[in-house]
Write a protein that binds this ligand. Structure first.
Ligand code: DCP
Ligand code: MG
Length: 433
């Protein structure tokens, strides 16, 4: 094994093995790891994001438990780490949070402010590498491969400096996870929050994962964990003992993911932020239509077009938008947000169809469109659907159809919704926003 290298995250002085505090500045924030200087993939996540921004802007709150939330839904958006010690958590009903921590100060969220701060943090990330993939308002993956010459320093040291620069320049704190792949970088960033800096190297990936619960794997939520548990599987180590075929036979696409991630194999690249804000397809009909029988097959075709574009650009969107234009040229748009991003025609269609159905009130329409907005990389898109157990099966079917179409052309396969629509749904116009 390579000699363990390390440094002080506060003053950047090299730290040799053994000492518990920096010999230079006395800080206990030392990071050491045999692979420290060689790992390039990071996940950075701001600590108690909304609450940290509020504390920054109101120093009176600094040493007090702060809960951000309330408003229409009456739940906790987030809370600071002092409130967490008292048991407050994100998504908790406010009355329950205040029972756990009666002395907490409740602040109403100010989304625009958080979005602005999130952008500032991202801009600082982009100064380190162009390969920044935001996952949400306060977190992103970074790939620092090949940046050593530019920075004249290793990714680990560049990231440590980044963390202190964010504290100094923006006034909030972040936690950094460093590894050789996205999965483990994300796991690592959650490790010693707040102000964390955790490293998972190749050498210990398997043994580290062995004792972890299956829920650590992205896409394994409570319901799927219960399924695994009923099959006697609780730890990632148990998955490591199983072969790929068995896992795929039992759990479909998710089985493949379980097989790879349980072994610390994650080839997903860090994708840069995508320029497009939405992808949509619409069609103006030759005749006016007002019934489900007429409009659903067209919606299906349009959903497939949108999905194909998303897949082609490795993107996925969170908001499904339906657009209708009636014979008087009045436009109706309806949208629905998904819990996670999608790039699947089936999901887009299943979300848009009820919205369309709701608008079938006798009105005749001359145009139908469907789109997906709030785009980002597809890295975290379409996790195993925990509510709709048929969704994974349909996603798998869609993957198979895509493969056939790629080989034999788009007309090779038609779903029940589009089959036999002939020229009726043929677009006169078809535009992308
Ligand atoms: N958020 C929300 N509702 C949730 C979860 C999160 O509104 N159920 C918002 C508030 C958070 C922000 O998203 O500040 C970022 O989410 P994180 O999961 O990263 O949580 P925090 O940054 O607040 O805390 P942590 O330090 O655990 O990352
Ligand atoms: Mg966070």
């Amino acid at each position: 094994m390579a000699e363990t290298t390390g440094f002080c995250r506060d003053c950047m002085t090299p730290a040799t093995a053994g000492e518990r505090r920096c010999l230079q500045c006395g800080s206990p924030r030392l990071v050491r790891h045999a692979e420290l200087e060689a790992l390039p993939i990071a996940h950075i996540d701001c600590d108690a994001f909304y609450a940290s921004v509020e504390k920054r802007d109101n120093p009176d709150l600094r040493d007090r438990p702060v809960i951000v939330g309330g408003g229409r839904r009456g739940v906790v958006s987030t809370c600071c780490y002092i409130a967490r010690i008292n048991g407050v958590r994100s998504a908790m009903p406010m009355f329950k949070a205040l029972k756990a921590c009666p002395e907490a100060v409740v602040v109403k969220p100010e989304m625009e402010k958080y979005a602005r701060v999130g952008r500032e943090v991202r801009d600082m990330m982009r100064a380190l590498t162009p390969l920044v993939e935001p996952l949400s308002i306060d977190e992103a993956f970074l790939d620092l491969t090949g940046t050593e010459r530019l920075h004249k320093d290793t990714p680990a040291r560049v990231l440590a400096r980044f963390a202190t620069a964010v504290e100094r320049e923006i006034g909030i704190t972040v936690s950094v996870g460093l590894s050789y792949c996205k999965f483990l970088a994300k796991v690592a960033s959650d490790f010693e929050k707040p102000r964390g800096f955790s490293v998972i190297g190749r050498a210990e990936a398997l043994t580290f994962l062995r004792d972890q619960p299956v829920t650590l794997i992205w896409g394994v939520g409570k319901a799927f964990a219960a399924t695994l548990e009923s099959d006697g599987i609780r730890t990632i180590g148990q998955l490591q003992q199983m072969d790929e075929n068995t896992l795929m036979r039992r759990y479909g696409m998710m089985g493949k993911r379980l097989f790879r991630l349980s072994r610390g194999e994650d080839e997903r690249a860090v994708h840069i932020d995508h320029e497009a804000k939405s992808v949509s397809a619409e069609t103006t009909f030759n005749h006016d239509y007002g019934t489900a029988a007429e409009l659903l097959p067209i919606l299906r075709t349009l959903s497939e077009k949108v999905a194909n574009r998303l897949k082609a650009s490795d993107t996925a969107g969170r908001t499904v938008v339906l657009k209708l234009k009636d014979t008087e040229f009045r436009i109706r748009t309806r949208n629905r947000q998904l819990p996670d991003r999608t790039q699947l025609a089936d999901r887009i269609f299943r979300v848009a169809a009820p919205m369309l159905d709701h608008e079938l009130d006798g009105t005749k329409y001359r145009l139908l469109g469907v789109g997906v907005s709030d785009l980002a990389s597809d890295a975290m898109a379409d996790p195993m659907d925990l509510v709709d157990t048929g969704a994974t099966r349909r996603a798998k079917a869609e993957e198979a159809m895509d493969a056939v179409r790629a080989k034999f052309g788009t007309k090779a396969l038609e779903t029940g919704y589009t089959f036999g629509t002939g020229s009726r749904g043929k677009p006169q116009r078809d535009q992308e926003n």
